[in-house]
Design a protein around this ligand. Structure first.
Ligand code: TRP
Length: 337
């Protein structure tokens, strides 16, 4: 239990936040602003569990060749960004195998019809009709098990995860109504930061769209990537006036060069600067912004066992709660002699 000063009085902070993240390797700017920064804030106020959901990743992977490397790099980025294992529990889903048992038990109270109408499931079926496996249908049940196993009360999610969370609430309610109140009903906490558009200027920044900049990228790579980013689609020649309101590079400047944003806007509109200059400036701002992060990451890289220690300790702390919850669940279901 942790304590928190509130109006000068110490109150216990027991509200539990649970969030799961698919292991996507080195994190990019979209992950940083959409997720990591949010997690940094929450760890100051809540009892947070941050979990790398490697089992969920298996529902859509063709192979697992880079899985361990992806987990390692993702956790390393989190830690370098300031996720603090003294303030929250950082762990890997499969290291606490109780979640698979709870998944099995919760699957018994989950009507198949609920799972078949989940939008992300229907989308996956449409995109990859040859790979509709049993695990994929149960994806939201596993997600519910994550949250329920640790009695998560608040779940920070992006809008795309809302249907999953609604389903989690329904499954938990159904379980509680049949077997008695074991789980709290988890509440979604929507991430407020606007979606970050990638360097192609059209799609959400992501690894799959290959339009991203890693927050730990070397300065040279950042310059190269931003150098070929799409800018104002209506500006054809260097002498044309620009339109910052439709330029994704300008949107990125608002995040990274906020101190000079009025000047950039004016110079773009009157063609005082061209897109190439504008992108060079952005690259330098991004390099500077993530400078302390890169240094911290390098420092942590020099202790290769550090990430393993953090997730091992996280699994130990998570296991204690997992075992307790699972015993409660089994008792409620009359599975104990
Ligand atoms: N489904 C989430 C995603 O695709 C990942 C996830 C798994 C999750 N378990 C969770 C998110 C529990 C929140 C809570 O991003």
């Amino acid at each position: 239990m942790r304590y928190h000063s509130f109006c000068g009085v110490f109150v216990t902070m027991t509200t539990r936040v649970f969030s799961g993240f698919r292991p996507t390797g080195r994190q990019h700017i979209g992950n940083y602003f959409g997720t990591i920064r949010n997690c940094l804030q929450l760890q100051e106020e809540y009892d947070c569990f941050y979990c790398v959901v490697d089992l969920h990743a298996l529902t859509t992977l063709d192979n697992t060749v880079t899985l361990q490397e992806d987990i390692h790099n993702m956790v390393l980025d989190w830690l370098a960004a300031g996720i603090d294992p003294n303030k929250c529990v950082v762990f890997v889903q499969s290291h606490v195998p109780e979640v698979t048992e709870l998944h099995m038990l919760l699957s018994m109270v989950t009507p198949l019809s609920w799972l078949l109408r989940v939008p992300t499931f229907k989308e996956k079926v449409r995109m990859h009709p040859q790979n509709v496996n049993y695990g994929l249908v149960g994806y939201p049940v596993l997600m519910t098990s994550d949250i329920a196993l640790y009695k998560g009360e608040v779940v920070p999610v992006g809008e795309d995860q809302l249907p999953h969370l609604e389903l989690a609430r329904e499954i938990v309610r159904r379980f509680n109504s049949i077997f008695g109140e074991v789980f709290p009903e988890p509440q979604a906490k929507l991430t407020e930061f606007p979606m970050i558009i990638g360097l192609d200027g059209t799609e959400k920044m992501s690894k799959s769209a290959d339009n991203y900049i890693e927050i730990g990228a070397a300065p040279e790579d950042i310059r190269k990537k931003i150098g070929i980013a799409f800018t104002d689609p209506a500006r054809k020649y260097r002498g044309d006036p620009g339109h910052p309101e439709i330029c994704n590079v300008f949107t990125l400047h608002k995040m990274f060069t906020s101190g000079r944003i009025l000047e950039i806007e004016r110079e773009c509109r009157n063609a005082g600067i061209g897109c190439t200059d504008c992108k060079k400036m952005l690259a330098e701002s991004v390099i500077e912004y993530f400078g302390p992060f890169r240094e911290r990451r390098l420092e942590l890289e020099s202790r290769p066992e550090y990430v393993d220690e953090v997730v091992r300790d996280g699994a130990r702390r998570a296991s204690r709660i997992a075992r307790e919850t699972l015993s409660e669940v089994k008792a409620a279901m009359n599975l104990l002699p």
